[in-house]
Design a protein around this ligand. Structure first.
Ligand code: SF4
Ligand code: SF4
Length: 165
């Protein structure tokens, strides 16, 4: 491919009117406002957070209130940020479960791979963005905290609907 050079010409100062440009800017006062008064306002009728937004995690629980995770080890294996800590345990019947399951949300890049790879649909990224903490350690979510999260879970990327319509 041939490389071309595009010459950008500066506007002629003689033909520039700052007053006209300023007056033109005033029309924005009457246009629709796209800003919100956060945190008083978190959503409005014509603006809601996308279902595919990937925020802090949530661990799904079964009917008995136990974590659905079977400690298969796939999510810490695939995690590109290496931010999932899993220590598997096994009960007397040979069922695996997480003795320790932690996610460092500060290191997480919210790629959603853990959700995609989980065979039990146990771990999910969530539609949630209010994650401030006073201490750095508050961003390491342990299993209990992950199970307590109640926000909506993110919907996965669908190849049949790449734009999420
Ligand atoms: S969303 Fe990505 S980076 Fe974050 S814990 Fe899951 S796999 Fe790791
Ligand atoms: S992929 Fe799912 S079942 Fe496997 S360790 Fe992770 S959360 Fe648990």
């Amino acid at each position: 491919m041939a490389i071309t050079v595009k010459t950008v010409r500066r506007p002629d100062p003689a033909g520039t009117s700052y007053l006209r440009a300023t007056l033109r800017g005033f029309r924005h006062i009457f246009e629709k406002k796209w800003t919100m008064q956060y945190p008083e306002q978190t959503s409005q009728d014509d603006w809601t957070i996308s279902k595919r937004y990937r925020g802090t995690h949530r661990m799904a629980v079964d009917e008995q209130g136990r974590a659905k995770c079977v400690a298969c080890g796939l999510c810490p294996q695939i995690c590109p940020a290496n931010c999932i800590k899993l220590i598997p345990g096994e009960d007397e019947r040979g069922n695996r479960y997480p003795l320790v399951y932690e996610i460092d949300e500060f290191r997480c890049i919210f790629c959603g791979y853990c959700q995609e790879v989980c065979p039990e649909e146990a771990i999910h990224v969530g539609v949630h963005y209010e994650n401030s903490e006073f201490e750095r350690s508050g961003f390491v979510y342990d299993l209990e905290r992950l199970m307590r999260q109640s926000h909506e879970v993110s919907s996965l990327w669908d190849p049949a609907d790449p734009a999420g319509q």
